[in-house]
Design a binder for this molecule. Structure first.
Ligand SMILES: CCCCCCCCCCCCC[C@H](O)CC(=O)SCCNC(=O)CCNC(=O)[C@H](O)C(C)(C)COP(=O)(O)OP(=O)(O)OC[C@H]1O[C@@H](n2cnc3c(N)ncnc32)[C@H](O)[C@@H]1OP(=O)(O)O
Ligand SMILES: NC(=O)c1ccc[n+]([C@@H]2O[C@H](COP(=O)([O-])OP(=O)(O)OC[C@H]3O[C@@H](n4cnc5c(N)ncnc54)[C@H](O)[C@@H]3O)[C@@H](O)[C@H]2O)c1
Length: 719
């Protein structure tokens, strides 16, 4: 709803009241329509201010309404009525003005923003475009290039940038509503002819065709198959080339296509899933709302390699005091330099001072005695980690949380090395740890709810999207990755090429295909793990047993490359070749192709034609099947947790909503049927056997993804 009051005798103050973000729900829109009518018909009111309650202007249209039958007054005529008013209307922007919220403000004649406010046309991130006149008004106000940038990216701008761009008329450090009221008093009675943005000509450069062609090309490249950014460009083009009313028609037409698209559903699902994962629960019944975190002021990082450096930076940037421990002299010296450089670059980007004094360095683990929380990031070696946890358990003060950044090892086993296993959790960051948004918080059977709550809260403070998951080999993300990687290798054996497999995955929307990604991460990482698992047998053995290990189909292709010293980008050769070690541009490698042919000959494999669909089905459905097992095992509480892990940690294309959402869009029956097909063709690949949970969900009528949690609970209770 919206409240109307008269303030300073002649200013009509309309306050949006729809907690928590004053979204423009049907009731809120009706409230605004009524309040505006009242303000315009009240002769004592000479000017109007629109603001939002609780320090937030407006979070845009009510996204929860989108999947429903929308009722209430539509936004476009509501905003037109405000713009057409003969009394000046001033938007008082505090907190956020996003999407429809900013469009509402653009319909006002003036905008006053608090210096801490953020503004943006964020619709593209939800698979939509600003369809309440945003694509037509913003370019008229700030010009085509700047509007294109904001609308196609959905980026948030600060009040200062908004002022510079000309989106707002005034920025204040004081109470924005009070300032807006003063502003409204000062403009009462003045002509509004030059204040209605829809009447402005659209300022655009002379070579408008060339500009749009260039932008369209750029957007297509970065959109990776997402349709909303393209529609955004088309709508802004309409603003630049058509009169306002025709531009509005085009905006509505394009929105109609996006509004019902699968991509919009996927992106809106991600929006809510990202928030839902914060409401974590454990199989023990412990939950986010009943578990109290402890405040962390001082933390330690053990091991300053690739991960430890990034974690130390992220902790210091959060404002914590950090003790950084590294035992190897060379690594120690190098890490100190690198960490300072990372903080300086970060600070430069944000226009702040680097928090260099937040970190103290030591080569002695005794230095961590007084910290509240430790994150261990030494080599992925259980014996070494055991020793470190034993040491930490005796050195640290009572109550210190002991966390491990292990990628796959048993968190519970590490906990058993300590005096207080309830204080141990996994904090699995992703590389580079100061950049990547995902954090898996791994609880073992003995982790206390407080330890989980503390790690989750710390992750949030660090700006991470934190997901609580159970303890198993590889947790959620890496466990699901294994079948995906293996299928890619099997496809090579059967006749595919790295270019074909990567091409299919990139067309699906991944930034990098599986082989390019493996080259980037380093092929030696997986090799070491496979060696540890007793899977690697040196030399190019032939015969059927060469491709069977531990009773299952196995592809030694990755091991053979590593034996040749081909570790990927770092050595200049992997599944592709690179101009020199460390170069990033993958190139076709004739050696690799002859190697694959030779390999197939040696193993008596006749290469067959493999199409993109098979690549997608085998790689993605294998991964999804493992996702169902993870749900069945209770390692993830719901599909949202898995999807958020994949979107934020593994570059799963957000407009596909994550693997489990994708499975629901494809149709569970179809996924089941294809898994059955591939499992019949390859019975020696056990993880292709459809998971029981998937079968049961299909048998129960394939409920939509938001009902899975409930369905799983019900299925469990029937067991
Ligand atoms: C068949 C043919 C049909 C043709 C066309 C039909 C046309 C329909 C009319 C459309 C007109 C277009 C209007 C407009 O252009 C479209 C939009 O405005 S889309 C919405 C744009 N807004 C956003 O992108 C902002 C989203 N929100 C945020 O970024 C943040 O929430 C925030 C505002 C910055 C606040 O952040 P925080 O303080 O951290 O809080 P949370 O994020 O945790 O949110 C708290 C709580 O609120 C829920 N929520 C937030 N925003 C919205 C919203 N816009 N609608 C509904 N709910 C919202 C959020 O989910 C949290 O709740 P929880 O999920 O935890 O229960
Ligand atoms: N690299 C990744 O992409 C990645 C991603 C997520 C998790 N991880 C996990 O993070 C951990 C660290 O991985 P990394 O890639 O940073 O390894 P790394 O080899 O780059 O660094 C490990 C560092 O630990 C130091 N170290 C070893 N023993 C030590 C000790 N007793 N005390 C202090 N320092 C010690 C080493 O000298 C080295 O500098 C591993 O468990 C790994 O599985 C890695």
């Amino acid at each position: 709803m919206a409240q109307f009051t008269r303030v300073s005798r002649s200013v009509g103050l309309i306050t949006l009241q729809n907690p928590p973000v004053n979204a423009l729900s049907a009731v809120a829109r009706q409230g605004i329509v009524d309040a505006v009518k009242r303000a315009l018909s009240d002769p004592k009111v000479k000017s109007v201010v629109i603001c939002g309650q609780n320090g937030i202007f407006c979070g845009g249209a009510d996204i929860k309404e989108f999947g429903t039958n929308i009722t209430g007054p539509p936004l476009v005529p509501m905003i037109h009525a405000i713009e057409a008013s003969n009394k000046p209307v001033v938007a008082a922007i505090e907190g956020s003005a996003f999407g429809g919220g900013l469009e509402l403000a653009l319909g006002c004649h003036y905008r006053v923003a608090h210096s801490k406010a953020k503004l943006g046309l964020t619709e593209v991130t939800l698979g939509l475009l600003p369809a309440a006149g945003g694509t037509q008004r913003l370019p008229r106000l700030i010009g085509v290039p700047a509007a294109l940038n904001l609308i196609t990216t959905g980026r948030h701008v600060t009040a200062a940038e908004a002022l510079q761009l000309g989106i707002v008329d005034q920025v204040t450090d004081h109470n924005a509503v009070d300032e807006a009221v003063k502003f409204a008093l000062s403009v009462a009675g003045k002509s509004l002819d030059a204040r209605r943005i829809s009447t402005y000509p659209c300022p655009c450069p002379s070579d408008v065709d060339a500009l749009f062609e260039e932008v369209m090309q750029k957007v297509r490249q970065s959109a990776r198959g997402a349709i909303a950014p393209i529609a955004c460009v088309q709508a802004v083009r309409a603003a630049a080339t058509l009169p306002y009313s025709q531009g509005m028609e085009r905006e509505q037409e394009l929105m109609a296509t996006l509004f019902t698209s699968g991509q919009a559903r996927a992106l809106q699902y991600c929006f809510f899933a990202q928030r839902a994962v914060g409401r974590w629960s454990m199989p023990s019944g412990a939950r986010w709302d009943t578990s109290k975190p402890r405040s962390i002021h001082k933390a330690a990082v053990i091991g300053l390699g690739t991960m430890g450096r990034g974690i130390a930076v992220a902790l210091a940037q959060t404002g914590l005091s950090v003790v950084a421990v590294e035992t190897q002299e060379k690594q120690f010296m190098e890490a100190k330099k690198m960490v300072s450089g990372m903080m300086e670059r970060g600070a430069k980007r944000h226009g702040t001072a680097p928090p260099l004094d937040k970190i103290t360095y030591s080569q002695n683990i005794q230095a961590v005695a007084d910290v509240d929380l430790v994150i261990e990031a030494v080599f992925e070696d259980m014996a070494l980690k055991e020793k470190v946890f034993q040491q930490l358990s005796t050195i640290c003060k009572q109550g210190t949380f002991l966390c491990t950044n292990t990628s796959a090892l048993d968190v519970d086993h590490l906990a058993s090395q300590t005096r207080n296993p309830e204080l141990v959790v996994g904090m699995h960051f992703f590389a580079p740890a100061h950049v990547m948004k995902l954090l898996e918080v791994v609880y073992g059977p003995r982790s206390s709810p407080q330890a989980v709550a503390t790690a989750m809260q710390l992750g949030k403070k660090m700006g991470k999207v934190s997901v609580a998951v159970g303890n198993c080999r590889g947790f959620v993300g890496n466990r699901m990755l294994k079948p995906y990687l293996e299928q890619a290798l099997f496809l090579l054996e059967e006749g595919a090429t790295p270019e074909l497999v990567d091409g299919a995955l990139e067309e699906f929307g991944f930034a990098l295909g599986v082989f390019k990604m493996s080259d980037l991460s380093g092929l030696d990482v997986g090799w070491k793990v496979r060696k540890g698992d007793g899977l690697v047998e040196p030399g190019l053995a032939s015969g059927p047993s060469a491709r069977i290990r531990q009773g299952r189909r196995y592809s030694p292709l990755g091991d053979l490359l590593c034996e040749q010293g081909r570790f990927g980008q770092k050595t200049g050769q992997g599944w592709y070749r690179y101009d020199k070690p460390g170069s990033r541009v993958p190139r076709y490698d004739p050696w690799l192709h002859s190697f694959l042919e030779e390999y197939r000959t040696q193993h008596g494999i006749v290469a067959r034609r493999i199409d993109q669909q098979e690549v997608l089905e085998r790689c993605l459905y294998a991964l999804i099947n493992e996702g169902f097992r993870i749900l069945e095992d209770g390692i993830a509480a719901g599909p949202e947790d898995i999807d958020i892990i994949y979107v934020f940690g593994y570059s799963w294309p957000r407009h596909r909503g994550g693997p489990m959402f994708y499975a629901s869009m494809v149709g569970l029956a179809k996924v089941l049927e294809r898994l059955e097909h591939y499992h019949q063709a390859h019975p020696d690949v056990p993880y292709m056997q459809p998971c029981n949970l998937l079968r049961r969900l299909v048998a129960s009528g394939s409920p939509p993804v938001h009902k899975w949690k409930e369905a799983i609970k019900k299925l469990r209770s029937q067991l």
